[in-house]
Design a protein around this ligand. Structure first.
Ligand SMILES: NC(=O)C1=CN([C@@H]2O[C@H](COP(=O)(O)OP(=O)(O)OC[C@H]3O[C@@H](n4cnc5c(N)ncnc54)[C@H](O)[C@@H]3O)[C@@H](O)[C@H]2O)C=CC1
Ligand SMILES: O=C(O)C(=O)[C@H](O)COP(=O)(O)O
Length: 376
């Protein structure tokens, strides 16, 4: 069995080698000839899997994307060809939630503000939005959720309208799939009119897909509204963000919000498990045996910690300033955006760090945010 896999998929050899010959490829530039004799195709978000890519292939049985988003896959075409498909829902949700929370802590430090005094609106209350809500509520921050689809399905959480989020939230974080059709389509969800509705001093974070914000409108808006702060992990027209936009962004990263080691490994593992089910072979590998131990074994806490100390703790696991700094140097170099992603030093999730309570302080809220604890 020939398994063609994106080279940016950690643990693909460890997981798939026993099932067939694994050939690694550059997913951004995959050609129909390269996949002509593939039985299994494993991709990431940079590969458009469609009629054109599969035009020379007659053998394909399974397509897997080690991502949450599926907007790069022509699902109708795979169904037409009777090719099994799996994505990896939720695989890197914790990573995205922690990324957004980390970015908020960083902006709070830069603006000398207290996050606990702010209201955060989350657009899209699925896996990544809920992961962010968990961190925020763990820290005691008021959260407004907007998700008309889940609301219509009877999800028991409290939801508010998008207009209410825009008029009431001090911080808005976007967590929707990219969709181009229907009443709730998200393509340019944030257009000129919605951007103009943002509160004075609002912060806007996008960690889902670049085209959920009209980036041209965002440039014009931000040129008039210095008070608004922006965190962008995703960009319209990746891998080439608009040059005028980057200097207007407070924290800029190359689509790596989901790049925790755990998140990427989970994505590969979920595809392995699904392929095993498709082939009716037993699953005999697990996440625990793949992940290395964390270099910092534990951190002792002797007293209550404040927001700045929390920021330092978070930085010891993931320092978002490194990604932002590198982005500004590299994004406009040819191939720079993808190189940053390919060479990204995998960060760990908060749970990799164990906290030991040496005092009588209340640290349960830190466990609620996601850190591990002794005797938790
Ligand atoms: N930057 C990165 O590295 C990553 C980006 N993503 C992106 O984030 C997206 C969301 O991921 P998940 O939360 O795991 O997906 P999910 O499917 O669990 O949740 C998305 C939620 O958005 C809601 N939604 C859809 N249209 C909406 C609208 N118009 N207004 C409000 N809510 C709407 C859906 O009902 C759903 O509950 C993915 O589709 C992917 O494109 C995901 C992982 C990593
Ligand atoms: O899971 C998703 O959806 C994502 O956006 C991925 O985390 C992005 O990573 P790549 O697939 O582009 O490596």
């Amino acid at each position: 069995m020939k398994i063609i896999a994106d080279e940016n998929m950690p643990y693909v050899q460890e997981l798939f080698a026993a099932l067939g010959e694994v050939v690694l490829v550059d997913g951004r530039h995959l050609s129909p000839e390269q996949v002509a004799d593939a039985d299994v195709l494993l991709v990431r978000s940079v590969t458009a899997v469609n009629k054109e890519l599969l035009s020379e292939n007659r053998a394909l049985q399974f397509v897997g994307t080690a991502t949450i988003g599926t907007d790069h896959i022509d699902l109708d075409y795979l169904t037409e060809r009777n090719i099994s498909f799996s994505s990896a829902p939720g695989c890197n949700a914790t990573a995205v939630g922690e990324y957004a929370f980390t970015a908020m802590l960083e902006l709070a430090r830069r603006t000398n503000s207290q996050l606990k005094n702010k209201t955060v609106g989350i657009i899209g209350a699925g896996n990544t939005g809920s992961a962010l809500a968990k961190c925020l509520r763990g820290f005691g921050i008021k959260v407004l959720l907007n998700d008309p689809l889940l609301q219509a399905q009877g999800d028991s959480r409290d939801f508010v309208s998008l207009d209410q989020v825009i008029s009431e939230a001090d911080i808005i974080s976007l967590h929707v799939p990219l969709t181009k059709l229907g009443v709730h389509k998200t393509w340019y969800l944030f257009d000129e009119a919605r951007l103009n509705g943002l509160k004075p001093g609002a912060w806007l974070l996008n960690c889902c897909r670049g085209e959920v914000i009209n980036n041209r409108a965002l440039i014009e808006f931000k040129q008039q509204r210095e008070d608004v702060r922006l965190v962008l992990d995703v960009w319209e027209g990746e891998p080439s963000p608009m040059d005028e936009l980057v200097p207007l962004v407070d924290i800029a990263t190359p689509h790596i919000a989901g790049y925790s080691l755990e998140g990427k490994a989970r994505g590969t593992l979920m595809l392995y498990e699904q392929l095993c089910r498709t082939l009716s072979v037993p699953v005999d590998k697990s996440l625990a045996e793949l992940l290395p131990s964390y270099h910092l074994q534990s951190v002792s806490l002797a007293s209550e910690i404040n927001q700045m100390q929390l920021t330092s703790l978070v930085r010891s696991v993931y320092d978002i300033r490194d990604d932002d700094e590198l982005f500004r140097i590299s994004y406009s170099v040819p191939g720079g955006f993808d190189q940053m992603r390919k060479n990204h030093r995998h960060r760990r999730e908060f749970s990799a760090l164990t906290l030991v309570n040496r005092g009588q302080c209340d640290v349960n809220w830190l466990f609620n945010i996601g850190f591990s604890g002794v005797g938790q």
